[in-house]
Design a protein. Structure first.
Length: 164
């Protein structure tokens, strides 16, 4: 309904205004956002957007080659969303974390996993970093992970629902 749409636009602008984001991030500018009912809805929407962007670059027929990356601390909803979005289950990478890094996703581990996938003809598509895992509130090194992802054109989503 038009009233609900207007309310969503107003509510989505509030946190952006509180954070003093540039107007380009707000509905009142060129940006915006959506209110979603669950974490699953949010991650699925993000993953579908990433999938469509990548497929527009490489061709829709290559959907079976797309790869999603996450740590063993990432919320399990991502794997479910990947299946719903049509990512082949064999192309969902769960990267093991170590106690020595407080169970944060290592950029080096991510890179080595990506390199192996590229070598095998697969297409890196999506990375989920986490700020505050639900198990132990681990914070992934978002900046270094983004640097790795950028080199391979990987969409990065930061899940900060628990502790962000």
């Amino acid at each position: 309904s038009p009233a609900a749409t207007e309310l969503e636009a107003l509510v989505m602008d509030w946190p952006g205004q509180m954070l003093k984001l540039p107007k380009t991030f707000l509905f009142s500018g060129e940006g915006g956002g959506v209110l979603l009912g669950t974490t699953c809805e949010a991650i699925l929407c993000t993953l579908v957007a990433a999938r469509e962007k990548k497929l527009s670059q490489v061709g829709k027929e290559k959907i079976g080659k797309l790869v999603v990356y996450a740590s063993d601390q990432t919320h399990s909803v991502l794997q479910k969303a990947a299946q719903i979005a049509g990512i082949h289950p064999a192309n969902f990478r769960v990267i093991k974390t170590k106690r020595s890094s407080f169970f944060a996703l290592s950029p080096d581990s991510l890179l080595s996993t990506i390199l192996l996938d590229v070598e095998n003809g697969l297409i890196p598509c999506f990375l989920c970093a986490t700020v505050g895992t639900t198990a132990i509130a681990t914070i992934d090194p978002v900046g270094p992970l983004c640097s790795v992802a950028k080199d391979y054109g990987i969409w990065v989503h930061v899940d900060a629902a628990y502790a962000g």
